[in-house]
Design a protein around this ligand. Sequence first.
Ligand SMILES: [Cu+2]
Length: 239
Amino acid sequence: MDPTSKAQVTLIYIKATPLLGCIITTVPYFLFVAELIEKMAQGRGSAAETVIIGITLLGLMLHCEIVNAATYTVGDSGGWTFNVANWPKGKSFKAGDTLIFKYASSAHNVVAVDRNGYSNCKTPRGAKVYKSGNDQIKLAKGQNYFICNFPGHCESTMKIAVNAVLAAHFCVAVFKYIPSTQNVVVVDANGYTSCKTPTGAKVYTSGNDQITLAKGQNYFICSFSGHCAAGVKIAVNAL
Ligand SMILES: [Cu+2]
């Protein structure tokens, strides 16, 4: 008999694309090898028999969520006008959020500028000028600067600087298992390869752990004795 038979569980390998959400790229055979614990039960005068006393499957599901992009009216009810520069204060913006600039198109416009254009009220060559009076502009990751370039308006603080963070999506790995038989430990590449738990590693023990994946490689092992070496480990790449 083979005392080291292993079962395999399919896992979904996920690719997360900012703003577009998460796309399952491949569903290959992969991961979480179940451990068969074998016990030799020996009765007097009888042949040895194999008793499987535990089949511990580490079940893993991955799901991704997109935080819905938000829409903001610049200046709120006052719209895009003078002294609007403080309007972004206290708000948190994400890449992909939309700003709506409302104004009288005969009186103002909106120009997307760079940092220098914002600070010095200078319109860079080739800057994009919006003038519909109801302009919807999606925020790019990082700093977004807008001014009105009607003479003197930017100087009267008709300008805004908005920082948009890339936080519009995330993926969560859900680990399901029997807590008395497994755990989940967040490790680094070395810990994954050599089945060593780094000092201070985060250990999950609930049996239904929801762990938000970081961008890039994420490594998890079970730190119960011998489990990782038996294949209870996983590397998940969140792109
Ligand atoms: Cu203006």
